[in-house]
Design a protein around this ligand. Sequence first.
Ligand code: ASP
Length: 324
Amino acid sequence: MRLLLILGALLMTDAAQAQQREWKLVIHGGAGVIERKNLSPEKDKEIRAALDHSLATGSKVLAGGGSALDAVEATVRELEDNPNFNAGRGAVFTYQGTNELDAAIMDGRTRAAGAVTGATATKNPISLARAVMEKSPHVFLSREGADEFSRQQGLEQAPPEWFATPERRRQLEELKSKSLSYFDVDLKYGTVGAVALDTQGHVAAATSTGGLTGKRWGRIGDSPIIGAGTYADDRACAISATGAGEYFIREGAAHEICARMRLAGESAQKAADVVMKEIGELGGTGGVIVVTPKGETVYSFNTPGMYRGMASAKGRSVAIYGDE
Ligand code: ASP
């Protein structure tokens, strides 16, 4: 009896502690040459409202005691549905004029992960990535196979017109007519990502993108590559990246940030800044968002701007330009 009482008291302390634990949510909506002179006041307002709304969605999950995994999925789904971002609806076009979607999700609690590349018909690619993680024996599915798995899982499908927007088509035409490089940063903003810490102390990460405007030959960026554009590990942190994917792949960026924290004892900010500096030295531009089980939240980017935001029980904030 006494043992039971002691056990009960211990459990209650745990529950009370869990309630007091803080939650955090950090998001990005792409990085690049985003400057006041390139963005109309209306677009600026629209983007801020969209970022804030998706933060509110994820915050609701976390404030209600939901998991970091559920929060990052819900947050990214909302950004995918918003045509302002290069993910889901509003994804950039391939050279052939199609939309090929990449997404990844990772649970820091178990280091379970799921990812897809070249998906063409799933309304919310991040949920397809989650289905790969939870319903398949694999981590990474591609193209027709990913589409087939999505149908088999009964995920919501969408026709090509759902993803295609006139503005992204115009960007593809501009890229072709001016023979611009794939890395021409003006034409590809809007990859989306979210990282979260839940009240149980677990972290998760999610990233979703259409990749680069005019991509061809089945090009795959960093976003769906576990360890490059997306990573989560309760022993260190959760990361989502955006930028010129080829450099993030070469750097092993997301895993490198976690490894520096875990093995070298660096703070999240230091690890992220070092990795972004190294990416810059390779010639790459972009940014990362990071959250740790201790509640550290970080932005690090080497571009003039990054669509971004963070939320906690204390409130929400969003920003676009580097000087905010
Ligand atoms: N990282 C993405 C890719 O390379 C693009 C981006 O974040 O803008 O596919």
